[in-house]
Design a protein around this ligand. Structure first.
Ligand code: GLP
Length: 274
């Protein structure tokens, strides 16, 4: 009961994305919005409709994009809206959050390949508007600088879409006593390597390093949404909304931003509802 009351003070539960658009316009103080859906499918559709509304409002929108299993349903709905309703990606620019180190873009486990198969090749986005951190850059420091400069040149990210790791990571910003603000190379934690092993044939095949936007690169986005589904995300979601900010739960830093909305299913929301 106490938890519920304290959470209510930190966030605003919205019934649907329509209410959210209004809520965002009227909101002046920092507080996370959250929308809880009954299923993964419903959550995915609501998130996709939020993205589509933002795209229609600004056809040349700059999007920050996540990978992982969570956003797949949202990408499917965006593809459906493109094919059946003419949702137009022709002026959209994208910046993906992260990439494994050592994997070329055409490797079937690279995040670039994931984006091609789940979104890019099914919509009318222009290849020159797709931006990625290279996992095989010879000079990773220069690569990170190039990426940050490209984001600035594009006018900054309008809408950043995030997933969250079981340990609370966003992008590949792993829990630590200090976090890097800008794009950087990161060593993956054992728990992330294990969690992501399901996509690889062997645990040993999972890259041990990644290149990722920093928490500053993420927080500089004008608007942020985060999608989380399933019981194994309930602690990370709770830790990211509890009112306390810690680099040991990178998602909690989102509470420092003024325009953040969590799209959750009931399982991921279970602890904030307790
Ligand atoms: C990866 C990605 C994150 C993603 C997270 C959750 O490690 N770097 O950006 O949010 O996993 O993935 P999933 O949605 O598969 O649980």
């Amino acid at each position: 009961m106490v938890k519920k009351a304290s959470l209510a003070a930190k966030g605003r539960e919205c019934q649907d994305a329509g209410e959210l658009q209004i809520g965002i316009k009227n909101k002046g103080v920092s507080a996370l919005n959250f929308i809880i859906s009954n299923s993964y499918a419903e959550m995915s559709v609501k998130a996709a409709h939020f993205v589509a509304a933002a795209l229609k409002a600004k056809p040349d929108i700059v999007l920050g994009l996540p990978t992982g299993s969570t956003p797949i349903g949202m990408y499917q709905e965006l593809v459906r809206m493109h094919k059946e309703e003419g949702l137009d990606f022709s002026q959209v620019s994208t910046f993906n959050l992260d990439e494994y180190r050592g994997l070329k873009g055409d490797h079937n486990q690279s995040y670039r390949y994931f984006m091609e198969t789940n979104l890019f090749r099914h919509v009318n986005i222009k290849p020159e508007n797709i931006n990625f951190l290279s996992g095989v850059a010879k000079d990773p420091v220069a690569e990170c600088k190039r990426y940050e400069e490209a984001i600035i040149k594009a006018g900054g990210i309008d809408l950043m879409i995030l997933g969250i790791g079981i340990n609370g990571h966003i992008g590949f910003n792993e829990p630590a006593s200090k976090l890097e603000a800008n794009s950087h190379i990161v060593k993956l934690t054992e728990s992330t390597i294990k969690a992501n092993a399901r996509f690889f044939e062997h645990l040993e095949d999972v890259p041990r390093e990644a290149i990722t936007m920093g928490v500053g690169s993420i927080l500089r986005s004008r608007n942020i949404i985060l999608l989380a589904s399933g019981t194994n995300k309930k602690e990370a979601v709770y830790g990211s909304m509890s009112g306390l900010v810690t680099t040991e739960i990178p998602g909690s830093l989102l509470q420092l931003h003024n325009e953040v909305t969590f799209f959750l299913d009931t399982e991921a929301a279970a602890k904030i509802k307790e």
